[in-house]
Design a protein around this ligand. Structure first.
Ligand SMILES: [Zn+2]
Length: 174
């Protein structure tokens, strides 16, 4: 089974959002075109309470049930089989989709006999990276598609370094 993990393609991470990733919305059509290649499509949502230690480090974003926490309107969300919610606690950054609190992702993938996981979404240097590194730790053949991720780049090289760190850990980047 080949699965796609779409990380945090939410309004607040797209241009105009509270924590916009530059050109974050450009990956949406790329992801939509990829969907038919996968047996199973999973999407994570950053899903924070209105008060959380996470907002000491970041502007307020992706508050549960807010418009900013909704998927980008052009994402073909009808193709999504399972939604994961992460960062739901008051002390919980939830960078990795494997830290989702509504579902044990590692166990779910095992039950579905998923061996190949492709990770796309936002942002390369935080949640995509954390999710891909956790996928490798779970023994999954893990791939990140460069054309379907974008970086925050607080430092201009963060995205490139994140891809390099993932590659070093055994993630296939193409
Ligand atoms: Zn967050």
């Amino acid at each position: 089974m080949k699965a796609l993990l779409i990380v945090d393609v939410q309004n607040d991470f797209c241009p105009g959002g509270a924590l916009a990733v530059p050109a974050g919305d450009q990956i949406v059509p790329v992801i939509n075109n990829m969907l038919p290649q996968f047996d199973l499509v999973i999407a994570s949502k950053d899903w924070h309470p209105s008060q959380t230690a996470h907002f000491d480090q970041w502007p307020v974003h992706c508050v549960q049930d807010s418009a900013g926490a909704a998927f980008h309107p052009d994402l073909n969300h009808q193709a999504i089989d399972q939604i994961l919610y992460k960062g739901t606690g008051k002390q919980d950054d939830g960078y990795s989709a494997f830290e989702a609190t509504n579902l044990d992702l590692a166990e779910f993938l095992k039950q579905k006999n998923v061996e190949d996981l492709t990770v796309v979404g936002l942002a390369t240097d935080y949640c995509v990276k954390a999710s891909a590194l956790d996928a490798v730790k779970q023994g999954l053949k893990t791939c990140v598609r460069k054309d379907a991720v974008r970086a925050v780049n607080i430092q201009p090289d963060d995205g490139r370094q994140a891809l390099e760190a993932m590659k070093q850990a055994g993630v296939e980047i193409f």
